[in-house]
Design a protein around this ligand. Structure first.
Ligand SMILES: *[C@@H]1O[C@H](CO)[C@@H](O)[C@H](O)[C@H]1NC(C)=O
Length: 437
C-alpha cells in the first residue's frame, strides 16, 4: 500500500504557510479544446496504485507515472547516474545538459520558506521529497519536452520542469510500485499542471475517474466539467493540500460521534486513513453492526482488519451486503456530502476474505489528517479545480473515456458512450480517437 502525501509539508507547512490569494494568470487558456486526457491503468487491489503513461523527451519516450494529488513534484527514476533505483517498466530517464539552476523560481518553491540555499547561481537545483509511507526520492530538477495531444487536435510540446530522481528509498520492498516515477498533481508551483496553466496552455484543473474494475482516465483542463451533478467543496487555501476541512461521519444513514474530521483528498494513497480515535470508533461501529455474522480472519495479513464468510468471497459484490454505507458530511457547508458505499472502503483479498480499506493514520504519522485515498475515490469523477479553489465529485462510470462527440457545447455528462475496449487500445502518444471528429 502506498501513501504519497508529502510528510515534509505535513509537518512544516501547516504552521508556516500564509494565505496566498490565487494569482491572475498572465495568459489564460481560453475556450474549448485546451484539455488533455490520459487513459489510466492500475487498481486498488492487488496493485495498490493507478498510473498514466506520459511521453517525455526528444525523441519522446513513454513512462508510467503514479497519479498523486497529494504532492506537487513530478519525478522520474533517472540515470544521472542512478545511485538507487527500483525496478521500472522502462529504461531510466537520461538527463541531457538540461539541469535547472537553483536560481529558478521553481527551485525556491520546492524548498520550504527559509530553507532555500543558492550559493552560486549556476548551481543545480537539488530536491528531496519524503512521502508519508517513508519512501523518498532524491535528485535534481531538469527541464524537458512533454508532447501533449490537446482535445482540439493540436500537439504541443512545452518544456516542463520535473525531478530526475537518482536515489529512491522505499520501505516495503515486497510491494514496489512498478512505475517509472510519480506524477505530482498538487496545486504548488512545481506541479506540471501549474506550469502548463502559467504558460496559458490549459486551465489549472485536474480530474480523475478511477474505475473499481481497474483503469479509468485522467484529464488536465476544464473541458470535462459537467454542467450539473457535481458536489463542490472549497479548498482550505492555507494548506498545501487538497484539504477540504472538517466532516462528520454517518454510518448506515445515522449520525455517529465521529465528528469534525479534517479531510484531505490524495490519489497517491491506496487506502483511506482516519485519525486513531476516529479509526477505533469506526472499527467498533462496524464490528458491532456485523454482530458476528462474519468471523475475524486474523490469518489474512493483507490488511489489519479482515473477515471471512462461510465460504470464500469471490468478489466485493458477495461481501457488500454485510456492510453499511458511510457518509462524510462536511460541516460549515450545506448538503456537501461524500458517500462511501461499502465498495469504497472494503477489498476482497486473494484469500477470499473481506478487509477494511480504512486504516489507522495515527500509526503512520498522519496526525490529525484524514486522507481519502484511491479506494474511496473509485467510480467517481473527482475534479480538483485550482482556478476556483474547489474540489468536486460525482458518481461516474470510469470504464469509458469521455467522448467529446457526444454533447459538444452543452457540457459533458458521464457516463460517456464510447467503445468499451477503447480505453485499453488507446495509447496517449496516439489519440486516434480524437481525430475522428
Ligand atoms: C489547441 O490548444 C493548445 C493548448 O491550449 C493551443 O496551444 C493550440 O494553439 C490550440 N490549437 C488550435 C488549432 O486552436
Amino acid at each position: 500500500m502506498y501513501l504519497k502525501a508529502l510528510v515534509f509539508f505535513l509537518l512544516t507547512w501547516i504552521a508556516t504557510a500564509a494565505y496566498h490569494p490565487p494569482k491572475k494568470q498572465a495568459k489564460s487558456a481560453k475556450g474549448f479544446g485546451s484539455s488533455v486526457v490520459f487513459p489510466v491503468s492500475g487498481n486498488v487491489y492487488p496493485k495498490g496504485y493507478y498510473y498514466v503513461t506520459i511521453s517525455i523527451g526528444q525523441p519522446p519516450k513513454p513512462y508510467f507515472l503514479d497519479i498523486d494529488t497529494g504532492s506537487d513534484l513530478t519525478w522520474l527514476q533517472c540515470d544521472a547516474p542512478c545511485k538507487k533505483c527500483t525496478p521500472s517498466p522502462h529504461s531510466l530517464y537520461k538527463p541531457n545538459k538540461n539541469l535547472i539552476t537553483c536560481l529558478d523560481p521553481l527551485c525556491a518553491s520546492l524548498h520550504g520558506p527559509g530553507d532555500h540555499n543558492c550559493p552560486a547561481p549556476q548551481e543545480q537545483c537539488d530536491y528531496q521529497i519524503d512521502y508519508a509511507d517513508h519512501g523518498s526520492s532524491l535528485g535534481v530538477l531538469v527541464k524537458d519536452s512533454f508532447p501533449l495531444k490537446f482535445t482540439n487536435g493540436s500537439t504541443v510540446a512545452p518544456q516542463l520542469a520535473f525531478g530526475c530522481g537518482y536515489n529512491q528509498e522505499v520501505l516495503d520492498t515486497a510491494h514496489l510500485p512498478y512505475t517509472d516515477g510519480v506524477l505530482g498533481l498538487g496545486s504548488g508551483k512545481s506541479s506540471i499542471l501549474t506550469q502548463l496553466s502559467s504558460m496559458g496552455l490549459t486551465r489549472n484543473v485536474v480530474g480523475h475517474c478511477l474505475s473499481g474494475q481497474g483503469g479509468g482516465f485522467l484529464f488536465f483542463g476544464d473541458d470535462f466539467l459537467p454542467n450539473s451533478g457535481i458536489v463542490w467543496k472549497p479548498i482550505l487555501s492555507q494548506l498545501k493540500y487538497y484539504s477540504l476541512g472538517p466532516a462528520d461521519l454517518q454510518f448506515g444513514g445515522r449520525a455517529t460521534n465521529i465528528k469534525g474530521l479534517p479531510i484531505v483528498f490524495d490519489s497517491g494513497s491506496t487506502f483511506t486513513y482516519f485519525t486513531s480515535q476516529a479509526y477505533e470508533a469506526l472499527v467498533s461501529l462496524i464490528k458491532g453492526d456485523l454482530n458476528r455474522k462474519l468471523k475475524d480472519a486474523v490469518e489474512d495479513k493483507s490488511l489489519p482488519v479482515c473477515w471471512k464468510g462461510t465460504k470464500p468471497f469471490k468478489s466485493i459484490r458477495d461481501a457488500v451486503s454485510y456492510f453499511k454505507p458511510l457518509v462524510l458530511s462536511f460541516t460549515n457547508a450545506k448538503n456537501v456530502q461524500f458517500h462511501l458505499q461499502p465498495e469504497s472502503y472494503l477489498i476482497v483479498t486473494e484469500h477470499g476474505n473481506v478487509c477494511l480499506g480504512i486504516l489507522n493514520g495515527g500509526e503512520v504519522g498522519l496526525g490529525n489528517f484524514n486522507v481519502i485515498g484511491d479506494i474511496s475515490l473509485q467510480d467517481k469523477l473527482v475534479i480538483y479545480d485550482n482556478e476556483r479553489q474547489r474540489v468536486g465529485w460525482a458518481p461516474a462510470n470510469c470504464n469509458r473515456l469521455p467522448n467529446m462527440d457526444r454533447d459538444y457545447g452543452e457540457g459533458f455528462r458521464l457516463p460517456y458512450a464510447a467503445d468499451d475496449g477503447l480505453l485499453k487500445e488507446i495509447c496517449p502518444a496516439n489519440f486516434g480517437f480524437w481525430s475522428n471528429r
